[in-house]
Design a protein. Sequence first.
Length: 155
Amino acid sequence: MKLKILVGTMTGTAESVAQSIQMDCTDLAASIEVQSMDGLSVAVFDAQGEAEEDLLYLICCATHGSGDVPDNASDLYDSLDLEPRYLGHVRYGVIALGDQCYPDTFCGGGKKFDARLLDLGAQRIGELCCLDASSGIDTEAEAVRWCRQWLAQQP
């Protein structure tokens, strides 16, 4: 299985989380690629020669403003509406970062991607991992712990 982590970030925290996963989970995937969402479109979910059943996506997305996706993720998020296509072949998980000081918009960026992908027929594997920046937890360590359990459950 190959894992592609798509990163939406404003301050670099989601990127640090993705890089920690890339370094610490190599024993659970044939390869782990981290890719910034900058300039991406729905075409990122085209398998491009990969066996679709061997490719797993992980959306690692911060929350910005009033529960929005980060600026670097807006092109990809918008293209899911502007260029809609059936994504039934896409298997994915979500690590959403947010701050529970804002309960109405907590982890909104990741949750928005999740809802949009589900609407297009993509298959979410497992539950969302919602990480709270205000809780004092080590977000990188918590994300790695979650991801190791998540990956271990994959066929």
